[in-house]
Design a protein around this ligand. Structure first.
Ligand code: FES
Ligand code: FES
Length: 166
């Protein structure tokens, strides 16, 4: 238990484009810090790095926030689903998920969106094998993979076609 007189540790990182400082504990995971501070779009699934529900982007790479200690986020650039789109202005992939009826309980969707965002930002072509590599760590317990895949494929196909046109 923490001594009342000990200073409480704090961590500072960029969160969805803003520099933020949060009180934390040495044993707190980034996922818990985010959710405790109202960023509840990032979900707790397994807590063990196997389901992808907690996926956020750190310095351009999709990571599991349930595995990262909050202090390890010091100085990093973190993005969560709250920065990806809003109800009024969903991202292109979010809109395709809606239009394609790809969301069942929705629990896996924030993680799926963050992994797809990392893919779209890091790569310029999207062969199926590469897309699978990026999306492999995101499980859907409603098993809605086909519609989620189709929604993502529509977005990626459009991006590839636009890039070809220049
Ligand atoms: S909650 Fe992090 S991978 Fe499942
Ligand atoms: S839509 Fe329910 S877990 Fe994927």
């Amino acid at each position: 238990m923490m001594n009342q007189t000990e200073p409480q540790p704090a961590v500072t990182f960029t969160l969805n484009g803003e520099t933020r400082t949060f009180a934390t504990r040495p044993d707190e995971k980034l996922l818990d810090l985010l959710r405790r501070n109202g960023y509840r779009g990032t979900k707790f699934g397994c807590g063990q790095g196997t389901c992808g529900a907690c996926t956020v982007i750190m310095d351009g790479r999709a990571i599991y926030a349930c595995l990262l200690y909050s202090m390890q986020a010091e100085g990093r650039d973190i993005r969560t689903i709250e920065g990806a789109g809003t109800l009024d202005k969903p991202s292109e992939f979010q809109q395709e998920l809606i239009d394609g009826g790809a969301v069942q309980c929705g629990y896996c969707i924030p993680g799926m969106v963050m992994s797809a965002t990392a893919l779209m930002e890091a790569e310029s072509t999207y062969p199926d094998d590469l897309v699978k590599e990026y999306m492999d760590g995101n499980l859907c317990r409603c098993t809605g993979y086909e519609k989620i895949w189709d929604a993502l494929r529509r977005v990626l196909d459009r991006r590839e076609a636009a890039a070809k046109k220049g």
